[in-house]
Design a protein around this ligand. Structure first.
Ligand code: NDP
Length: 313
């Protein structure tokens, strides 16, 4: 049986993947700090994998990106470079890297964006350094395939959420932060910005279905992975209070705070040519399931602890 290692195995996507692919080896920063080339070499010499799903990265919401642009650029660039380079040197057959739809250009002529739009303009200012580091991974994978004849891949997922999300303040994405606010609120929730930006938020379970499909099949194309539900932040907040059974909460927006990119919706036409039956959980059901988990599990206590800071600075 092929030996598969998952970097970033302790994160949202990694822990979700573990549910359906328990036989793989799940690694976190406490196993190997992938910013160090020596540690990456050690990881490959210990595990000698046939396949690598490279999920590890410095990942968070836009406020952390604005605060630490240097770390988002350098740490992601280092991890990606070392993990890919030594995958090739160690004869890894299959490599799946993870990009993000937030690395697409800030504005394009036509929406939804397709994979061909990736390098057609600068990314949005709020995630500028993270986006360029991730775009570099796309280029790195493309040039390894071109120069060395490998068949390595990358996927480009939209925003994600799920049971293993980070629910603490400062590091969380919009939906996890929203669920924490809903959990703590009696009368109202306050949200940053105007509520007008448009987003695709997909449950991590739907991404891992695509990852396992790529592991099981030889596929050349690199594709967007996203939900067809394209909604404004306001619409998502309304769906969320309903899904969490807290419809009485008033939603208040603070237009003084930054909105982030206005829209970055992507097409999944290319994915559907590979997986014609790909379907996503509805946002309502996904939030309901995640919120229930947050309320019932021990993670709820850790999840809404405002001092929970899993990222390194
Ligand atoms: P998380 O932030 O939940 O997890 C990050 C993972 O990376 C953790 O396992 C963490 O380990 C590991 N990691 C961080 N720094 C290092 C390091 N220096 N050395 C080794 N491991 C490290 O990320 P997600 O699961 O949400 O994201 C997975 C991938 O998907 C990322 O590449 C991300 O860019 C991409 N993605 C995520 C989206 C989202 O909305 N979450 C959207 C689109 C793409 P530890 O737990 O030990 O810190």
């Amino acid at each position: 049986m092929d030996k598969i290692i998952i970097t970033g195995g302790s994160g949202l996507v990694g822990l979700t993947l573990k549910k359906i692919l328990p036989q793989a080896i799940y690694l976190s920063s406490s196993d190997f700090d992938l910013r160090s080339e020596d540690e990456v070499k050690k990881m490959y010499s210990i595990y000698k994998p046939d396949s690598v799903v490279h999920l590890a990265g410095r990942v968070a919401g836009i406020y952390d990106h604005l605060r630490y642009p240097v770390q988002y650029f350098e740490e992601n660039l280092l991890m990606n470079t070392f993990v890919l380079k030594h995958a090739y040197k160690n004869g890894v057959k299959k490599f799946i890297g993870m990009l993000s739809t937030c690395i697409y250009p800030d504005v394009v002529e036509k929406y939804p964006m397709s994979e061909n739009d990736l390098h057609k303009g600068a990314p949005t200012a709020t995630v500028f350094s993270y986006a360029y580091a991730k775009r570099a991974l796309a280029i790195q994978i493309d040039i390894y395939n071109k120069q060395y004849g490998t068949q390595y891949n990358y996927l480009i997922p939209c925003n994600l959420y799920g049971e293993y999300d980070k629910f603490g303040q400062n590091h969380s994405h919009f939906l996890a932060d929203l669920m924490r606010k809903i959990a703590q609120a009696d009368k109202e929730i306050q949200l940053f910005g105007t509520g007008k930006p448009i987003r695709q938020f997909m449950h991590a379970r739907d991404l891992v279905k695509v990852i396992t499909y790529y592991l099981d099949n030889d596929i050349e194309e690199n594709v967007n992975v996203a939900t067809p539900e394209v909604l404004s932040i306001k619409e998502m907040a309304q769906i969320a209070i309903k899904a969490c059974n807290k419809e009485h909460l008033k939603i208040i927006f603070d237009p003084e705070k930054v909105d982030g990119q206005y829209r970055k919706d992507v097409s999944i036409d290319k994915l559907l040519t590979i997986m014609p039956n790909f379907e996503c959980m509805s946002l309502h059901d996904g939030i309901q399931r995640t919120y229930q988990y947050l309320m019932e599990s021990n993670n709820a206590i850790r999840g809404i602890d405002i001092n929970y800071t899993p990222q390194k600075t």
